[in-house]
Write a protein that binds this ligand. Structure first.
Ligand code: HEM
Length: 128
């Protein structure tokens, strides 16, 4: 639980820093932070799966299905800023679209996180 919470918090901070440096047009820092955010996300997913092993997540009911759907969509959505980011490097006109795509990724990440917390809080803990 501690490793998951720490990596989740780190990923959210990195995601915000990525968006902020994008807004400030600090390209080098922005691109380095993108790599850090994706690494943080991978670690968060790893620890989330470990955490899930201690719970009967399906016992949480509908929120389990809602969260699994949102978690998959949110993870897949990280492809979109790569495509729009590369398009922005090639042609600055795509910057506004890239900003909208980034906002969508942030909203989906927050939704996945909120439903994930709700799901774990509603699930039965497996006795060890
Ligand atoms: C989670 C991933 C990412 C987030 C949250 C993000 C966020 C942002 C935001 C909010 C902006 C400002 C847009 C605006 O002014 O409306 C921006 C700009 C930019 N981003 Fe990203 N971005 C991400 C990934 C990427 C990737 C993967 C690339 C390139 C491969 C990229 C390249 C750029 C470029 C070139 C700019 C314009 C900077 C400039 O004007 O010099 N971004 N980004």
């Amino acid at each position: 639980m501690i490793a998951f919470s720490a990596f989740f918090f780190l990923t959210v901070v990195l995601l915000m820093a990525t968006a902020w440096t994008g807004k400030l047009a600090r390209r080098r820092v922005h691109l380095s932070l993108v790599v850090c955010t994706i690494s943080g996300l991978a670690a968060t997913i790893y620890y989330a799966v470990q955490l899930g092993d201690s719970y009967n997540l399906e016992s949480a009911g509908t929120i389990y299905h809602v969260h699994m759907f949102l978690a998959r969509v949110a993870t897949l959505s990280y492809i979109a800023p790569f495509v729009s980011g590369i398009a922005t490097i090639r042609n600055g006109r795509h910057r506004a679209l890239h900003g909208k795509v980034a906002l969508m990724v942030i909203v989906l990440t927050v939704l996945a996180a909120c439903t994930g917390i709700w799901m774990v809080m509603s699930a039965e803990k497996i006795a060890v």
